[in-house]
Design a protein around this ligand. Structure first.
Ligand SMILES: NC(=O)c1ccc[n+]([C@@H]2O[C@H](COP(=O)([O-])OP(=O)(O)OC[C@H]3O[C@@H](n4cnc5c(N)ncnc54)[C@H](OP(=O)(O)O)[C@@H]3O)[C@@H](O)[C@H]2O)c1
Length: 243
């Protein structure tokens, strides 16, 4: 039975992904900085889907621990899904470099730190799949997502590069740009229902992308066209817009 490793497993999207892969007969490794929170999900998965489910301590910001974390997994995962991320108040982040730094380091540096290790392992095995949950916010710099968007832009570029570098070694990399999703991260926001996905829809899309070896996916199809329009607005116009 294949195994999937989920990094940032306390997230709402990660929980849905864990259940989707378990329902598809994957053993599941849940990794998060608060393992206490993972116990109910672990029991639920074991009972409901009759697969192995383990949990592991993982902090995206503890870069120096990442190699030991991956080495400690007695079964190495066939697929690794990087879900963790933070989105903080952008206006506050401009005045508070700690917040800016946390967004950059969680969404980008931490992801690169662990995925470099995983990618090297998969390359040596000539097999493996990496999925990164990035964002449409990384497709064009905007005032409302100044720091978060730039960190996700870097993450998307990294995933593209990783796919290109390790393709010859049979390592597949999927970039996921979910658009809006109803989760803890967005619970304060008023989101437009037709453009907003449930975590289970993200999980279905991720699973299909892994099976079909897709490169980059949007969860709701409209986002591809919305972003195409946004990317094509001339800069002289775009800089005057409040988005
Ligand atoms: N919701 C959306 O509309 C949306 C849209 C596009 C992309 N995304 C991306 O989707 C991913 C999942 O987010 P979500 O919407 O499911 O929100 P969420 O429920 O708030 O999940 C964020 C997760 O990141 C984890 N995390 C934060 N810092 C961490 C660290 N240092 N080490 C390990 N884990 C850490 C959190 O763990 P704790 O429980 O320990 O805090 C939490 O599980 C993120 O990468 C986000 O940027 C979300």
């Amino acid at each position: 039975m294949p195994t999937v490793l989920i990094l940032g497993a306390t997230s709402d999207i990660a929980t849905a992904i864990a259940k989707k892969f378990a329902a598809s007969q994957y053993n599941v490794q849940l990794a998060a900085r608060s393992t206490e929170q993972l116990k109910p999900l672990q029991s639920d998965i074991q009972v409901r889907y009759n697969v192995e489910c383990t949990f592991h301590n993982f902090d995206a910001l503890a870069f120096a621990s990442h190699a030991a974390f991956f080495n400690s997994l007695t079964t190495k995962p066939d697929a690794t899904i990087c879900v963790f991320g933070v989105m903080e108040d952008e206006d506050k982040a401009l005045d508070d470099f700690e917040s800016t730094h946390r967004m950059i380091d969680t969404n980008y540096t931490g992801a690169v730190s662990i995925l470099n290790i995983v990618a090297k392992y998969y390359s040596s095995q000539k097999s493996g799949t990496i999925v990164g949950i990035s964002s449409v916010a990384g497709e064009r710099g905007r005032q409302s997502k100044l720091i978060y968007g730039s960190a996700k832009a870097a993450f998307s570029a990294y995933l593209d590069g990783l796919r290109n570098k390790f393709f010859k070694d049979n390592v597949h990399v999927v970039t996921v740009k979910p658009g809006f999703v109803y989760t803890k991260m967005t619970e304060e926001l008023k989101l437009p229902a037709p453009l907003t996905a449930q975590p289970a829809e993200v999980a279905d899309a991720v699973y299909t992308a892994v099976v079909k070896k897709k490169n980059t996916i949007y969860v709701k199809w409209m986002w591809k066209w919305i972003m195409l329009i946004i990317k094509n607005i001339p800069e002289f116009q775009f800089k005057k817009m409040n988005i």
